[in-house]
Write a protein that binds this ligand. Structure first.
Ligand code: NAD
Length: 491
């Protein structure tokens, strides 16, 4: 099969019980953020559409949950091959509905495929434990069992990767699964489901329902759904957490972020400057791992600021499908306007605008949502741009007396998703490792993104729940344990 990469594409559909179906309610256009052109249309799923998807999942669960695990992972091996064979086409589609660069789209898909690979190890990962002679003549065995139908509601910023933080683990553990992707860039999820359709899962094991708020609420209120994963902004994450929990479901809700970089006097400043700009500006800054508050020890502050401005000035803004582009387009004109407002707020609150990305124009793409890298100096922790998520290619630097003050600035944030430290000092690294109230910490690494065999998730307002995405946490989320306590007396 070959996926068409040239839009306009057919309307996005749902995938329910092994069939493609048109969502019942009116939806919205899918627009290329770099060109302003409509590339597709996505209808929204009604309560009834959601009910059909959940019921198909419940029916499929009966056989799938008792299918030998070795058989359950065969479609995942197939899916890995299909995703790899079609990665180039998926990446091209992704760029045209999201706006990031082709290299970023490929990178994201690779990280998604990694999760499929990890889930293929379920036969080992799902084992729970056995203890002979736990008590006189008693053997005890713990087993993990799948629970039923799970859903994931996902964000726009990694439309090819985030669904794969959940889907492979849900089905490998023996559950059925319903994905509700972002309505802003739903085409790549549909393309992945075309490959899922080829991969050989029994009908009903994996479903796709498109839509917005009403579709999400129908999923969260459906009593056939056992648990929900969410990835998106903090206010929505909090309401999803509350609604799903009130309905008796397992829930894990990943929210927004505000991430810090700490640069000490012993850091390799050139390396740190490159990584800082990339961390803040890659994917247009639309990353929950973007580190955009840069806290620098005062002895190297001026020098580091100069290097960051130099690196940021060299970034090329443009259409993600073109060659040698560093920063693509932002998702919508509204979002671009929001980031521009944040820049204006930074200026109003007294930050020093060192590099202004607002005047960028990309020849041939005048209707695109482009912003160039923007750098502020002399920010302080109380400013809006230092406290709130910007989700654009904007970063701010501040000077601190020492590592203790840097840690304090970082830990005072309402968010706790990620942070990075650049240093040549093991003692400073150890101090930050021990004191940072953070879910993911990079040491001399600009973007603290763990591989799929580690869990991924934040703290504080960046996360609501306990078990995180990816890796072993997913096995716990998607299963419940039973302990068999057995006595077989010899007499
Ligand atoms: P969003 O909260 O607007 O939307 C996320 C999902 O929720 C979408 O599927 C959307 O349809 C649905 N949704 C939106 N509003 C809703 C409502 N009121 N009720 C029910 N459902 C609703 O987020 P977004 O703009 O798509 O994504 C960007 C945000 O996601 C950023 O804040 C970013 O930091 C965060 N994010 C976090 C992580 C993480 O791992 N912590 C990863 C990626 C993105």
């Amino acid at each position: 099969m070959s996926l068409t990469t040239t839009p306009p594409w057919d309307d996005v559909q749902n995938y329910i019980d092994g069939d493609w179906r048109v969502p019942s309610d009116d939806g919205q256009d899918v627009v290329n953020p770099a060109t302003g052109e409509t590339v597709s249309y996505v209808g929204f799923s009604s309560e009834n559409d959601v009910d059909e998807a959940v019921r198909a999942g419940q029916e499929a669960f009966e056989d799938w949950s008792t299918t030998p695990v070795e058989e359950r992972i065969q479609p995942l091996f197939e899916l890995k091959q299909l995703l790899e064979a079609h990665q180039d086409e998926l990446a091209e589609v992704l760029v045209q509905e999201h706006g990031k660069t082709l290299a970023e789209a490929n990178g994201e898909l690779r990280r998604g495929i990694e999760n499929v690979e990890v889930a293929c190890g379920i036969p080992s990962m799902m084992q729970a434990g056995h203890l002979p002679n736990a008590a006189p003549e008693i053997d005890e065995t713990a087993v993990r069992k799948p629970l039923g139908v799970f859903t994931a509601i996902t964000a726009f910023n990694f439309p090819g990767m985030i669904p794969l933080w959940f889907l492979p683990y849900a089905v490998a553990t023996g559950n059925a699964f319903v994905l509700k992707p972002s309505e802003q860039d739903p085409v790549v999820a549909q393309r992945i489901f075309e490959l899922i359709d080829e991969a050989g899962f029994p009908d009903g094991v994996v479903q796709l329902v498109n839509g917005g708020v009403n579709t999400v609420n129908a999923l969260l209120d459906h009593n056939g759904i056992q648990g929900a994963s969410f990835v998106g902004s903090t206010p929505v994450a909090e309401t999803i957490y509350e609604r799903a929990a009130a309905n008796g479901k397992r829930v894990q809700a990943q929210g927004g972020a505000k991430n810090h970089i700490i640069v000490t006097e012993t850091a390799d400043l050139d390396f740190a400057a490159k990584k800082t700009v990339s961390s803040a500006c890659a994917c247009g800054g639309e990353r929950c791992l973007a580190n955009d508050v840069v806290v620098v020890e005062e002895g190297v502050y001026d020098e580091f600021v100069d290097r960051v401005v130099e690196v940021a000035s060299d970034q090329t803004v443009g259409y993600g499908l073109d060659d040698d582009i560093d920063i693509g387009a932002l998702i919508t004109p509204d979002h671009e306007a929001r980031v521009r407002d944040m820049i204006a707020t930074g200026i109003d609150e007294g930050a020093d605008l060192l590099l202004d990305g607002r005047d960028v124009t990309v020849e041939g793409y005048e209707d695109g949502n482009f912003l160039g890298p923007t750098v502020f100096g002399d920010i302080d922790p109380e400013m809006t741009i230092a406290r709130e998520e910007i989700f654009g290619p904007v970063l701010g630097l501040m000077s601190v007396d020492n590592i203790e003050e840097a840690i304090d600035v970082m830990n005072r944030s309402d968010f706790g998703n990620a942070a990075s430290l650049f240093t040549g000092s093991g003692a400073d690294a150890r101090k930050v490792r021990h004191q940072a109230d953070i879910g993911n910490l990079g040491v001399n690494a600009g973007t603290a993104a763990p591989m799929a065999f580690f869990h991924f998730g934040g703290r504080k307002d960046s996360f609501f729940g306990d078990l995180h995405a990816q890796g072993e946490d997913m096995i716990h989320f998607y299963t419940d344990k039973t302990v068999y306590i057995e006595r077989w007396p010899s007499a």
